[in-house]
Design a protein around this ligand. Sequence first.
Ligand SMILES: Nc1ncnc2c1ncn2[C@@H]1O[C@H](COP(=O)(O)OP(=O)(O)OP(=O)(O)O)[C@@H](O)[C@H]1O
Ligand SMILES: [Mg+2]
Length: 285
Amino acid sequence: MENAVTIEPPMITPASAPQQQVASDSEPDAAPERAPAFEVERLSIFYGEKKAIDGVTLTVPSKMITAIIGPSGCGKSTLLRSLNRMHELVPNTRVEGKVLFGGEDIYAPDVDPVVIRRRIGMVFQKSNPFPTMSIADNVLVGLKLNGVRDRAFLRERLEQSLRMAALWDEVKNDLHKPGVSLSGGQQQRLCIARAIAVEPEVLLMDEPASALDPIATAKIEELIHELSANYTVVIVTHNMQQAGRCSDYTAFLYLGQLIEFGSTTKIFSNPTERRTEDYITGRFG
Ligand SMILES: Nc1ncnc2c1ncn2[C@@H]1O[C@H](COP(=O)(O)OP(=O)(O)OP(=O)(O)O)[C@@H](O)[C@H]1O
Ligand SMILES: [Mg+2]
């Protein structure tokens, strides 16, 4: 994964429809000097007959934070979930195009989606601790399901994951209390600890702070920033300030199409596309 040396700028090329003009960030200095995490190529996703994602091509840089923004229903969650095949849990979905992760096609017939989801973790909008499990078991459930039994190892991973999720100090004396006894913001950090515990390479986050107050939101944002030292993070957000504050790159989706992708600074200060500007300045959405 990490040994490739190609320098690939985050880029976007026009998708299948030739008339579909997609603006791209051409700043040469925007190139991270690593192989990309994901290369999405002409991706379309269907729920039955409904095309929710329409010919999206984009490169997601590794160990950076990429935000996906756009109005409700434009396909943000669908695009995010397609990065670890989570959308397949909905019946009758269909995919056209490719998603390469570390250069490998995650939709190839011999790829096990369970393995993909272990390597590419997900944090949902609504925190979802397992109601009958303790704080500790909520964090360790993935490892235990994978057959890990070594108590010293589990104890160490528990502390490490909770520390990384900036929750350890608040719960270290309550590890056996139910996960659902925590506050909303703590539960969301618990879910982040659970996602981290299996040591994924990527964290996908779908509006992880939308149900939280400003203080809890600030904590989650700080945490996302810290996680990006070790992880590729892709975050969906409705909140423009949040995308502006906490991401390196931003993708603007509209009606299933990628309208513009580039460095967050460029997208928020000098977008190429009129529709991007209208959206980020609140003229629609
Ligand atoms: N399970 C599903 N079955 C059928 N259609 C779906 C399903 N989930 C989403 N869609 C459709 O796909 C399109 C994109 O939905 P998606 O949830 O990805 O949008 P979104 O940008 O995340 O919206 P929001 O900001 O409201 O969360 C919408 O038109 C939606 O109706
Ligand atoms: Mg959504």
